[in-house]
Ligand binder design. Structure first.
Ligand SMILES: [Zn+2]
Length: 246
Protein backbone atom coordinates (compact mmCIF):
# COMPACT_ATOMS: atom_id res chain seq x y z
CA UNK A 1 0.00 0.00 0.00
CA UNK A 2 1.24 3.47 -0.83
CA UNK A 3 2.22 6.04 1.73
CA UNK A 4 2.53 3.66 4.63
CA UNK A 5 4.61 5.20 7.37
CA UNK A 6 6.07 4.38 10.74
CA UNK A 7 6.66 6.70 13.68
CA UNK A 8 9.98 6.55 15.50
CA UNK A 9 10.58 8.44 18.72
CA UNK A 10 14.28 8.13 19.52
CA UNK A 11 14.21 11.17 21.82
CA UNK A 12 12.02 14.24 22.14
CA UNK A 13 11.41 14.46 18.39
CA UNK A 14 9.12 12.18 16.39
CA UNK A 15 10.75 10.94 13.19
CA UNK A 16 8.54 9.56 10.43
CA UNK A 17 9.57 7.01 7.82
CA UNK A 18 7.42 6.99 4.67
CA UNK A 19 7.78 4.27 2.04
CA UNK A 20 9.10 5.45 -1.32
CA UNK A 21 9.79 3.54 -4.57
CA UNK A 22 12.77 1.59 -3.33
CA UNK A 23 13.16 2.41 0.33
CA UNK A 24 12.16 5.14 2.76
CA UNK A 25 12.03 8.87 3.15
CA UNK A 26 12.88 9.93 6.71
CA UNK A 27 11.21 13.07 7.99
CA UNK A 28 13.61 14.72 10.45
CA UNK A 29 16.30 13.33 12.70
CA UNK A 30 16.45 14.03 16.44
CA UNK A 31 19.28 15.45 18.54
CA UNK A 32 22.73 14.10 17.76
CA UNK A 33 22.65 12.06 20.99
CA UNK A 34 19.46 10.27 19.86
CA UNK A 35 21.23 8.41 17.05
CA UNK A 36 21.84 5.15 18.92
CA UNK A 37 18.17 5.01 19.97
CA UNK A 38 17.20 5.69 16.38
CA UNK A 39 19.27 2.72 15.16
CA UNK A 40 17.70 0.54 17.86
CA UNK A 41 14.19 1.53 16.77
CA UNK A 42 15.05 0.81 13.13
CA UNK A 43 16.37 -2.58 14.15
CA UNK A 44 13.19 -3.41 16.07
CA UNK A 45 11.22 -2.77 12.88
CA UNK A 46 13.71 -4.75 10.79
CA UNK A 47 14.60 -1.73 8.67
CA UNK A 48 18.21 -1.22 7.54
CA UNK A 49 19.80 2.24 7.58
CA UNK A 50 20.73 1.63 3.95
CA UNK A 51 17.02 1.53 3.06
CA UNK A 52 16.74 5.25 3.85
CA UNK A 53 17.13 7.05 0.51
CA UNK A 54 15.96 10.53 1.48
CA UNK A 55 15.96 12.74 4.57
CA UNK A 56 13.46 15.57 4.51
CA UNK A 57 14.39 18.20 7.09
CA UNK A 58 11.29 20.19 8.08
CA UNK A 59 13.70 22.92 9.28
CA UNK A 60 17.29 23.35 10.50
CA UNK A 61 16.80 23.23 14.31
CA UNK A 62 19.09 21.21 16.62
CA UNK A 63 16.40 18.65 17.47
CA UNK A 64 15.55 18.03 13.79
CA UNK A 65 18.92 17.94 12.03
CA UNK A 66 21.03 16.62 14.94
CA UNK A 67 22.12 13.24 13.59
CA UNK A 68 21.90 13.99 9.88
CA UNK A 69 25.69 13.71 9.49
CA UNK A 70 25.68 10.25 11.11
CA UNK A 71 23.28 9.07 8.43
CA UNK A 72 25.26 10.73 5.63
CA UNK A 73 28.33 8.79 6.78
CA UNK A 74 26.43 5.52 6.95
CA UNK A 75 24.50 5.46 3.71
CA UNK A 76 23.82 7.19 0.39
CA UNK A 77 21.01 9.56 1.05
CA UNK A 78 19.70 12.77 -0.48
CA UNK A 79 18.52 15.63 1.69
CA UNK A 80 15.35 17.53 0.86
CA UNK A 81 14.99 20.94 2.53
CA UNK A 82 13.87 24.51 1.95
CA UNK A 83 16.49 26.69 0.26
CA UNK A 84 16.64 28.95 3.34
CA UNK A 85 17.80 25.94 5.37
CA UNK A 86 21.09 25.62 3.48
CA UNK A 87 22.90 28.54 5.13
CA UNK A 88 21.35 27.83 8.55
CA UNK A 89 22.39 24.16 8.48
CA UNK A 90 25.95 25.19 7.65
CA UNK A 91 26.13 27.42 10.75
CA UNK A 92 25.06 24.66 13.12
CA UNK A 93 23.02 26.84 15.44
CA UNK A 94 19.30 27.60 15.71
CA UNK A 95 18.62 30.87 13.88
CA UNK A 96 18.70 33.80 16.31
CA UNK A 97 18.78 36.57 13.72
CA UNK A 98 15.05 36.91 13.10
CA UNK A 99 13.73 37.62 16.59
CA UNK A 100 10.71 35.78 17.94
CA UNK A 101 9.94 34.44 21.38
CA UNK A 102 8.31 31.85 23.60
CA UNK A 103 4.58 31.44 23.12
CA UNK A 104 3.73 32.40 26.72
CA UNK A 105 5.22 33.09 30.15
CA UNK A 106 4.69 29.55 31.40
CA UNK A 107 6.80 28.11 28.58
CA UNK A 108 9.44 30.79 29.16
CA UNK A 109 9.63 29.80 32.84
CA UNK A 110 9.70 26.06 32.02
CA UNK A 111 12.57 26.63 29.59
CA UNK A 112 14.60 28.28 32.35
CA UNK A 113 14.09 25.23 34.57
CA UNK A 114 14.95 22.91 31.68
CA UNK A 115 18.19 24.82 31.07
CA UNK A 116 19.15 24.49 34.76
CA UNK A 117 18.63 20.73 34.57
CA UNK A 118 20.30 20.43 31.15
CA UNK A 119 23.21 22.91 31.07
CA UNK A 120 24.47 21.39 27.78
CA UNK A 121 21.34 22.54 25.96
CA UNK A 122 22.74 25.38 23.84
CA UNK A 123 20.72 25.24 20.58
CA UNK A 124 23.72 24.13 18.50
CA UNK A 125 24.07 21.04 16.34
CA UNK A 126 26.76 19.50 14.11
CA UNK A 127 26.80 21.73 11.00
CA UNK A 128 25.37 20.04 7.91
CA UNK A 129 26.86 20.87 4.52
CA UNK A 130 24.50 20.21 1.65
CA UNK A 131 25.91 18.57 -1.46
CA UNK A 132 25.22 19.23 -5.14
CA UNK A 133 22.75 16.38 -5.47
CA UNK A 134 20.66 17.37 -2.45
CA UNK A 135 17.26 18.85 -3.25
CA UNK A 136 16.35 22.40 -2.23
CA UNK A 137 12.83 23.68 -2.71
CA UNK A 138 11.82 27.33 -2.82
CA UNK A 139 8.14 27.18 -1.82
CA UNK A 140 5.20 24.77 -2.14
CA UNK A 141 6.28 21.84 -4.27
CA UNK A 142 3.91 19.46 -6.01
CA UNK A 143 6.42 17.42 -7.99
CA UNK A 144 9.33 16.07 -6.01
CA UNK A 145 7.48 13.69 -3.68
CA UNK A 146 5.45 12.13 -6.52
CA UNK A 147 8.67 11.59 -8.44
CA UNK A 148 10.02 9.37 -5.66
CA UNK A 149 6.75 7.52 -5.07
CA UNK A 150 4.87 9.45 -2.40
CA UNK A 151 1.29 10.58 -3.08
CA UNK A 152 1.70 13.99 -1.55
CA UNK A 153 3.07 17.51 -1.76
CA UNK A 154 5.42 19.74 0.20
CA UNK A 155 3.98 22.92 1.70
CA UNK A 156 6.10 25.89 2.73
CA UNK A 157 4.89 26.56 6.30
CA UNK A 158 7.01 29.36 7.85
CA UNK A 159 6.44 31.13 11.16
CA UNK A 160 8.21 28.82 13.60
CA UNK A 161 11.31 29.38 11.45
CA UNK A 162 11.88 30.91 8.04
CA UNK A 163 12.80 27.52 6.50
CA UNK A 164 9.86 25.40 7.79
CA UNK A 165 8.22 22.93 5.41
CA UNK A 166 5.54 20.23 5.85
CA UNK A 167 4.63 17.04 3.99
CA UNK A 168 0.93 16.70 3.12
CA UNK A 169 -0.20 13.29 1.86
CA UNK A 170 -3.17 13.09 -0.52
CA UNK A 171 -5.09 11.17 2.17
CA UNK A 172 -5.00 14.22 4.48
CA UNK A 173 -2.16 13.17 6.78
CA UNK A 174 0.24 16.05 7.34
CA UNK A 175 3.72 15.84 8.86
CA UNK A 176 4.06 19.44 9.97
CA UNK A 177 7.44 19.49 11.72
CA UNK A 178 7.17 22.36 14.22
CA UNK A 179 4.41 24.21 12.34
CA UNK A 180 2.18 23.00 15.21
CA UNK A 181 2.66 20.78 18.27
CA UNK A 182 0.61 18.90 20.83
CA UNK A 183 3.12 18.82 23.66
CA UNK A 184 3.05 20.33 26.27
CA UNK A 185 -0.65 21.27 25.92
CA UNK A 186 -0.80 21.58 29.73
CA UNK A 187 1.41 24.67 29.41
CA UNK A 188 -1.35 26.45 27.52
CA UNK A 189 0.32 26.36 24.11
CA UNK A 190 -2.98 25.78 22.25
CA UNK A 191 -1.22 23.66 19.60
CA UNK A 192 1.32 26.43 18.90
CA UNK A 193 5.00 25.62 18.89
CA UNK A 194 6.75 26.71 22.09
CA UNK A 195 9.00 29.06 20.11
CA UNK A 196 7.69 31.25 17.27
CA UNK A 197 9.61 33.65 15.00
CA UNK A 198 6.56 35.35 13.49
CA UNK A 199 3.09 34.45 14.69
CA UNK A 200 1.26 36.01 11.73
CA UNK A 201 3.24 33.85 9.34
CA UNK A 202 2.77 30.91 11.72
CA UNK A 203 -1.05 31.14 11.71
CA UNK A 204 -0.89 31.90 7.96
CA UNK A 205 0.72 28.47 7.63
CA UNK A 206 -2.15 26.94 9.65
CA UNK A 207 -4.58 28.53 7.18
CA UNK A 208 -2.62 27.02 4.30
CA UNK A 209 -2.60 23.60 6.00
CA UNK A 210 -6.39 23.78 6.55
CA UNK A 211 -7.15 25.07 3.02
CA UNK A 212 -5.11 22.29 1.46
CA UNK A 213 -7.32 19.62 3.02
CA UNK A 214 -5.21 18.28 5.88
CA UNK A 215 -7.22 16.01 8.20
CA UNK A 216 -4.77 14.47 10.65
CA UNK A 217 -1.73 16.32 11.97
CA UNK A 218 1.43 14.41 12.87
CA UNK A 219 3.71 16.87 14.70
CA UNK A 220 7.37 16.48 15.59
CA UNK A 221 6.50 16.91 19.27
CA UNK A 222 3.49 15.21 20.83
CA UNK A 223 0.79 12.86 19.63
CA UNK A 224 -1.18 13.16 16.35
CA UNK A 225 -4.38 15.20 16.47
CA UNK A 226 -7.31 16.15 14.24
CA UNK A 227 -7.23 19.26 12.05
CA UNK A 228 -10.19 20.71 13.96
CA UNK A 229 -7.80 21.54 16.79
CA UNK A 230 -6.03 24.02 14.52
CA UNK A 231 -9.37 25.46 13.36
CA UNK A 232 -10.49 25.90 16.99
CA UNK A 233 -7.27 27.53 18.21
CA UNK A 234 -6.13 29.66 15.29
CA UNK A 235 -5.28 33.34 16.09
CA UNK A 236 -5.51 32.69 19.88
CA UNK A 237 -2.08 34.27 20.31
CA UNK A 238 -0.52 37.37 18.75
CA UNK A 239 3.03 38.66 18.33
CA UNK A 240 2.38 40.76 21.46
CA UNK A 241 1.89 37.58 23.52
CA UNK A 242 5.41 36.33 22.74
CA UNK A 243 7.94 36.42 25.56
CA UNK A 244 11.41 37.49 24.58
CA UNK A 245 13.67 34.59 23.81
CA UNK A 246 17.15 35.83 23.02
ZN1 LIG B 1 12.04 23.77 15.70
Amino acid sequence: MKNEFVTLSPGKTNCYLIQVNNGYLLIDTGYEKDYSNFLKELDEREIEVSEINYILLTHHHDDHSGFTNNLLKETEVKIIAHEYAEALLKIGENDKTRGGGYINRRVHYLSKIYKLLNPDWDLTFPPVRLRDNDILISGDNKGILRKIGIDGTILYTPGHTIDSISVLLDNGVIFCGDAAMSWPLWAGIKYCTIFITDINKFYGSWEKIIENGAKEVYPSHGKPFEIKKLKENIWEYSNDSLVEFF
